[in-house]
Design a protein around this ligand. Structure first.
Ligand SMILES: Nc1ncnc2c1ncn2[C@@H]1O[C@H](COP(=O)(O)OP(=O)(O)OP(=O)(O)O)[C@@H](O)[C@H]1O
Ligand SMILES: [Mg+2]
Length: 277
């Protein structure tokens, strides 16, 4: 995947997180960040490339309002990671839409089963949970741990119907704690707590909680520089720092502000700010 020039790399955070994940005693992290603060960007554009560069297999799956069941999302992400192509290719392909029929390759030697993913509602069939375990085995790392990036994982506890999947996932990850390492993200503290802090939950105390750091002046500087390269207009730093502050240091809203300014070259920052929803 060609690097996104607008992406601000979280340099001081990525390597320590990967180190903690790869070499630390724990097998998983939960990464909390409020809505639109950059969790998904961090997983896909910071952690994944660095992890791949260091020889880890990386698998990304998002449970956020997925049209398919969480099990289908997970099986699809793992199946595609076994095919050729870089992480970036796979993410691009999954953005283009999940194929409603998944060819499951692991049912016996050389036998392929086709499963209609859209029909996977409610309680997952037991043989697919066995298949999940089989796939976890096949994707797990040999010399380097495989990194699973599971985005918006609090969605899994919204419905009781996911309980067998959550339990199977917990067991599958636990059995391979040195070969599979996971980052779970969530934008709801309550949702994450229900999954990782409730005494009766399968993932009780399974992961080390970390917070996504708030972006600061270095992010604003990067954006001012990108804006200058694209538009030849230099935005005054104090005004942009203050705007970022007023947007609660939220990268999404700050980029909406920049888009507004790009769209209308004669607009000043103050009126543009008033247009940010
Ligand atoms: N490091 C970054 N560099 C540049 N832009 C960023 C960065 N992080 C976030 N953004 C901007 O903020 C937007 C929101 O980021 P992202 O989707 O990663 O947030 P999120 O926390 O995953 O949100 P949600 O809670 O909706 O899943 C991105 O689309 C991008 O425009
Ligand atoms: Mg996200």
């Amino acid at each position: 995947m060609a690097a996104d020039p607008w992406h601000f790399p979280r340099r001081g955070f990525t390597a320590p997180v990967l180190k903690l994940l790869g070499d630390g005693p724990g097998q998983a992290l939960t990464l909390f960040g409020l809505r639109r603060t950059g969790k998904t960007e961090f997983l896909i554009k910071d952690i994944a490339p660095l992890a791949e560069q260091r020889g880890h297999r990386v698998i990304y799956a998002s449970f956020w309002q997925a049209p398919l069941s969480p099990l289908a999302v997970l099986l699809h992400a793992m199946e595609t990671s076994l095919r050729r192509g870089t992480f970036g290719d796979r993410v691009r392909r999954s953005v283009l839409g999940l194929t409603p029929t998944l060819k499951l390759s692991a049912f016996g030697a050389g036998v392929e089963a086709k499963v209609d993913l859209t029909a996977l509602g409610g309680r997952p069939p037991d043989d697919l949970l066995v298949h999940l375990d089989d796939l976890l085995e096949r994707v797990s790392g040999r010399s380097k741990a495989t990194i699973l990036l599971l985005d918006e994982v609090q969605e899994l506890v919204r419905s009781g119907g996911n309980a067998p999947l959550v339990a199977a996932l917990r067991t599958g990850l636990d059995r391979r704690s040195d070969r599979l390492r996971t980052v779970f993200t969530g934008s709801s503290r309550d949702g994450l707590a229900a999954m990782f802090s409730a005494r009766r939950a399968p993932f009780f105390h399974f992961a080390t909680p970390i917070d996504l750091p708030t972006l600061g002046a270095a992010f604003v500087d990067h954006m001012i520089e990108m804006f200058r390269m694209v538009s030849r207009r230099t935005l005054a730093r104090p005004g942009m720092l203050s705007a970022f502050d007023r947007l609660h240091a939220n990268p999404h809203f700050f980029r909406v502000l920049l888009d507004t300014l790009l769209h209308d070259p004669h607009l000043d920052v103050e009126p543009a700010l008033a247009r940010v929803p």
